[in-house]
Design a protein around this ligand. Structure first.
Ligand SMILES: C[S@@+](CC[C@H](N)C(=O)[O-])C[C@H]1O[C@@H](n2cnc3c(N)ncnc32)[C@H](O)[C@@H]1O
Length: 239
């Protein structure tokens, strides 16, 4: 559908009727040829914003998928890179593309790492976690970091109702709510459930000190504000 070698409309429909885990297992071989894979521009802008805060030791990619986040972690981490995801299909692709990294199968809502990383990142995955599940996710990442460690992820600016994207995302979320009301297993993916204010509050409640920086390289909205910001959530303590 997205390119000659990308998934067909039928394959996307089958994926959308599966659970999140099974859906990504099915999509994995063609995932990198879909717009769902985080674009290199976002990964490079993230690495650029992290560079002055580093170098970091060991890095973790939360919901790593096929391993896109390696591109953001590699330039700023001197230690080992680990990716965690619950789709074995996505992890298999990541393993093949980046055999030097460690790839761990786990549900990020129940992470068991303890004080092992200096930097954690996450791309394109927050919409898969319900607001009620965010505290468990953030507590797990907080535990996974060493004191002084940083959890960083980009977040898009809210769209004004005058933009077409505002209505497209609203329409997607409404369609997903209808789908999840009538079909099992649920496929959790909502674009509008993770506004910056709520995410910030949940990070603070998990024990992080939170700030954001604009990702200027990714452009500006019509009102002059940045299209994306990088959330920087630090686990307090001396590194
Ligand atoms: C849109 S993909 C993003 C992949 C990659 N981070 C990227 O930017 O290209 C979302 C990924 O999150 C994973 N995922 C969603 N919910 C998860 C959970 N509860 N535990 C572990 N992985 C999860 C999916 O398996 C999928 O690989």
């Amino acid at each position: 559908m997205f390119s000659p070698h990308g998934p067909s409309l039928r394959e996307l429909a089958v994926q959308a009727l599966s659970s999140v885990e099974d859906g990504y297992d099915l999509l994995a071989p063609k995932f990198d040829r879909t717009p769902f894979r985080t674009p290199d521009a976002v990964l490079d802008a993230t690495a650029g914003a992290l560079r002055p805060l580093g170098p970091f030791g060991d890095g973790l990619d939360v919901c790593c998928g096929t391993g896109a986040g390696v591109r953001a972690l590699e330039p700023v981490c001197r230690g080992r890179i680990t990716g965690v995801d619950f789709s074995e299909g996505m992890l298999a692709q990541a393993r093949e593309a980046h055999p030097d990294a460690a790839w761990v199968r786990a549900d990020v809502r129940n992470l068991s790492f303890a004080g092992e990383f200096d930097l954690a990142v996450s791309f394109g995955a927050l919409g898969h976690v319900l607001p009620s599940e965010r505290p468990a996710l953030f507590a797990g990442v907080h535990r996974a970091l060493r004191p002084g460690g940083l959890f960083a992820f980009p977040i898009g600016a809210p769209q004004p109702p005058t933009s077409g994207l505002y209505w497209a995302l609203l329409g997607f979320d409404l369609a997903m709510r209808v789908r999840n009301a009538v079909w099992r297993p649920p496929f959790v993916m909502y674009y509008r459930t993770c506004p910056l204010g709520a995410v910030r509050d949940d990070l603070a409640a998990a024990g992080f000190d939170v700030e954001t920086v604009p990702l200027a390289a990714l452009g500006r909205r019509a009102d002059g504000g940045p299209r994306y910001r990088l959330v920087l959530a630090r686990r307090p303590g001396a590194p």
